[in-house]
Design a protein around this ligand. Structure first.
Ligand SMILES: Cc1cc2nc3c(=O)[nH]c(=O)nc-3n(C[C@H](O)[C@H](O)[C@H](O)COP(=O)(O)OP(=O)(O)OC[C@H]3O[C@@H](n4cnc5c(N)ncnc54)[C@H](O)[C@@H]3O)c2cc1C
Length: 191
């Protein structure tokens, strides 16, 4: 996230209250002696007691179901632009699908639910007789942080490069903000 957005979301999360720790890494999970977690120790040596430990380390497609089948797989199940797998009449959509040649500016695997829905609509058209290529259009997504619905439209880098400019507005009293980032266009009006 860009700094302004990250600070906005951080303040909101901390209000709830969650003790967010930055630049902190897990060193050890403490065993209560019965095989259950009862705390963690961070790399700076801090001990935090807890009742359970949840780890979130990114997402990977779960393709166990088809791993030893005739379907072509890599990290996910390989599909073409029609979301067709290597076996006719078998499609893959959503988190498990890996597009062999993704549309320009898009990743081969995009694990967010809007993608799954758009892929579902595309395949529904195809199996109903209108063969359709997957065309997600501009990137967009939303994520919920307690009461804030954080929405993104287009690709916004965490740090702007020199060809970009931005506008950031935050409501003075309620938790709302708007952040617009654009590419600067240099017009040569003398030609
Ligand atoms: C913590 C978390 C937060 C997220 N937040 C957001 C967010 O804010 N915004 C957003 O857009 N996306 C978010 N996502 C991603 C979003 O949830 C996924 O992209 C979406 O659910 C993918 O849908 P899917 O149908 O492809 O896969 P899934 O929803 O994972 O469905 C796959 C189903 O297949 C079942 N299954 C697997 N193997 C087998 C088998 N062998 N036999 C039978 N069934 C099987 C699974 O049990 C599961 O029910 C989040 C994901 C997580 C984990």
């Amino acid at each position: 996230m860009p700094d302004q957005d990250a600070e906005f979301i951080t303040r909101h999360i901390q209000k709830h209250p969650v003790n967010l720790k930055f630049e902190t890494e897990l060193a050890e999970i403490i065993n209560d002696g019965n095989g259950n977690a009862c705390g963690v120790i961070t790399k700076s040596g801090e001990k935090i007691s807890c009742d359970f430990v949840g780890l979130t380390a990114g997402v990977t497609p779960n393709i166990d179901l088809v791993k030893n089948s005739i379907l072509k797989t890599a990290k996910g199940i390989i599909v073409n632009q029609y979301l067709e797998t290597s076996v006719s009449d078998v499609y893959a959509i959503g988190d498990c699908a890996e597009i062999s040649e993704p549309p320009a500016g898009r990743k081969a695997i995009e694990q967010v639910w809007y993608i799954g829905r758009m892929m579902g609509e595309t395949v529904a058209d195809t199996i109903c007789g209108i063969r359709k290529a997957y065309n997600p259009g501009p990137w967009f997504n939303s994520a919920k942080f307690f009461d804030v619905e954080y929405q993104t439209y287009g690709n916004v880098p965490a740090a702007l490069n020199e060809n970009m400019d931005e506008f950031f507005w935050q409501h003075p009293s309620i938790e709302k903000c708007l952040h617009i980032v654009w590419k600067k266009i240099h017009l040569n009006l003398q030609e």
